[in-house]
Structure formats: structure tokens, C-alpha cells
Design a protein around this ligand. Structure first.
Ligand code: GH3
Ligand code: MG
Ligand code: MG
Ligand code: MG
Length: 311
């Protein structure tokens, strides 16, 4: 029977690792077929201020990944019917779990077997019995790194806005929420007018500055609940949850007008920039269909001579 140590004693020692109130506790998925070990892990992680989800049946792993969406995964090596290595390999085949750290925790002390397990997608190999301080420190380090990596992965580096991929993920999430709550939802696409000409006339760095200027402008003028993404080069996407189409149009028209009045500096000179916008209200469709309709509205704005908003 493992562990031999009473978790109650250990709790005192790992208390110092507890989070401040500022951070969301790490969601840690633990898979171990031993009920005693599972219970022990749950106690230790909870006492360390983390949010553990512990399962003992390897068959539950897919469901747990989907429902709990862990930030860190801890796998036992030997379980009836399968090994932790096999689970790790399956996890690593999923794109969206690519950056989730996998930590093996096993009594296996054969180094060549440990290294083989690591080669299949594990990030660490910890051996039982593990000092809880060592365990918690490892989870903290892996978790912190995974979170900062994720924060970088979802942003566009030039503007700091959400990138294309994450914008579409957010749109899917907001569509689900709108369905659940029977809310309305609007999606807007923005494209800068004659941006090529700006680059050609003033140079690429000035063009980049215009992109940042519009990004800041949008951030300042939209609500905290709206999501702003850089959809493509000089294209932006805005998700407006719980917003009526007429309100979305008014907001974006106001932003369009104010932005066009900004003086964009270029050395001794100054110039003005306009954008065109298309808005679509969600009609119980998927995100792709919604994007296409917003894009059509945007092209209608371009057709009408640019610097306008089409709903
Ligand atoms: P329209 O009014 O029809 O939208 O004309 P446009 O010139 O804005 O449209 P077009 O799609 O022909 O040109 C977009 C340009 O945006 C082409 C590309 O060189 C430029 N671009 C894309 N990404 C960046 C970037 O990151 N920085 C800069 N400076 N320019 C970019
Ligand atoms: Mg086991
Ligand atoms: Mg374009
Ligand atoms: Mg353009």
C-alpha cells in the first residue's frame, strides 16, 4: 500500500505553496488506477491550492479531457488494460492539447523505460514515493510556463489582439453561450481602406503603426465583453455578445467616424485612414456561415465606396 505517509502530516509542510487570491488555481487532471494513490493526490493538490480532477479508470480519460480541460496532466504508468505512455501518445495527437504538460508519476525506476515514456510525449518523470513539495513545485513550474506560452499563442504579436485561430475559437464559444442563454450576438469584420497605398506611400513601418493605432482605438472604444481579433493582415474581427444589430451598427459607425478623424503622423506629414465594416447578426448558424455573411457585408461596404458600415 502506498503512500505510507499520512497526508495530514504532509499538508502542514506544503501549505506554503498555496496560491494568493490573484491566480486561478491550476486545473490538474490525475489518472491513477490505485484508489489510495488517487485519494492521496486529490488531498495533496487541494491542500496546495490547486484544482484537481482525479480519475482511476483509464477509459474515462477522453471524457475528462473534454469536460475538465486540464492545464496539466499527471499519469500513472501501469494500469489495467493500458499504460500511461499509451495515454500520453493519444493526448499528444490532439492539436489543442499540444501545450498541456504531461507528468508521469510512477514507481518505475528503470531509467531507460522512463526515457522511453518521455519520448512518447511526457514532460517529466517523477517516481513514487514523491515528496509532495517536489510534486507541487513541479506542477507549479510546468503550469506557469504552460500558461505564459498559451497567452503568447493566442495573441498577434504586432497588435496584441487575439490572433485568427483564437478569434474563431472565441466565436464558437460565444455562439454556444448565445444558444444556451437565448441571447443575440453580432459579428463584425473590418478592413482598412487602400492600405496597400499607405504602405507604398509611407512605408511598411508606418503601415504597421496604423494597424497598432486602429487596434488601440478599438480596444479603448469597445466593451470589456467584446472580443477583438486581428483576422488577417489589415482585417479585424469583432465579436459583440448580447448586442442588437442596430446597436452594433451605431457603435461601429461611431468608431469608424472617430478613427477617420485621427491624424496619422508620417515624419513631417500627416494623413488620415478609413476603414470599411460589415456586420452580421447570428442566425442559429455555425461560425463559418456567420463569418461569410459578415464578409459579404464588408464587401458591400467596399462596393459602396468604402468608409462605411453595412449590416
Ligand atoms: P481595399 O480598400 O480594397 O481593402 O484595398 P487594400 O489596399 O487595403 O487591400 P489589399 O488587400 O489589396 O491590401 C492589403 C495590404 O495589406 C497588402 C499587404 O501588403 C498589407 N499588409 C498585410 N499585412 C500587413 C502588415 O502586417 N503590415 C503592413 N504594413 N502591411 C500589411
Ligand atoms: Mg498503477
Ligand atoms: Mg484586406
Ligand atoms: Mg484593405
Amino acid at each position: 500500500f502506498y503512500p505510507a505517509v499520512d497526508p495530514g502530516q504532509l499538508i502542514e509542510k506544503i501549505e506554503t505553496y498555496t496560491y494568493g487570491n490573484t491566480t486561478e488555481p491550476y486545473r490538474v487532471l490525475v489518472l491513477d488506477d490505485s484508489r489510495a494513490q488517487a485519494k492521496y493526490m486529490e488531498t495533496v493538490l487541494t491542500k496546495a491550492g490547486m484544482n484537481p480532477h482525479v480519475i482511476t479508470d483509464p477509459m474515462q480519460i477522453m471524457h475528462a479531457l473534454e469536460e475538465f480541460s486540464p492545464e496539466i496532466i499527471i499519469l500513472d504508468m501501469y494500469m489495467p488494460g493500458c499504460t500511461g505512455m499509451e495515454i500520453a501518445r493519444v493526448i499528444r495527437q490532439q492539436d489543442k492539447l499540444h501545450s498541456v504538460p504531461i507528468i508521469y508519476l510512477s514507481a518505475e525506476d528503470d531509467v531507460s523505460k522512463q526515457l522511453h515514456a518521455m519520448s512518447l510525449g511526457g514532460d517529466d518523470f517523477l517516481t513514487k514515493p514523491i515528496d509532495p513539495k517536489h510534486l507541487i513545485a513541479t506542477i507549479h513550474n510546468r503550469g506557469r510556463r504552460a500558461r505564459s506560452l498559451l497567452a503568447l499563442m493566442i495573441r498577434d504579436s504586432l497588435t496584441g489582439l487575439f490572433n485568427h485561430t483564437h478569434t474563431l475559437q472565441l466565436l464558437d464559444q460565444e455562439i454556444s453561450k448565445a444558444k444556451q442563454k437565448q441571447h443575440t450576438l453580432c459579428f463584425a469584420m473590418i478592413d482598412i481602406d487602400y492600405f496597400k497605398k499607405i504602405n507604398d506611400t509611407f512605408g511598411h513601418p508606418i503601415g504597421d503603426r496604423v494597424l497598432r493605432s486602429l487596434s488601440m482605438f478599438l480596444k479603448q472604444r469597445l466593451r470589456k465583453t467584446d472580443h477583438i481579433g486581428r483576422y488577417g493582415g489589415e482585417e479585424f474581427a469583432i465579436i459583440l455578445p448580447d448586442t442588437r444589430p442596430s446597436d452594433a451598427r451605431n457603435i461601429l459607425n461611431e468608431i469608424r467616424e472617430r478613427f477617420s478623424e485621427l491624424h496619422q503622423p508620417a515624419g513631417e506629414r500627416e494623413f488620415n485612414v478609413t476603414f470599411s465594416c460589415g456586420i452580421a447578426q447570428w442566425r442559429e448558424e455555425n461560425s463559418q456561415a456567420l463569418c461569410e455573411r459578415a464578409d459579404q457585408a464588408l464587401y458591400a461596404s467596399k462596393d459602396q465606396g468604402r468608409n462605411c458600415v453595412t449590416l
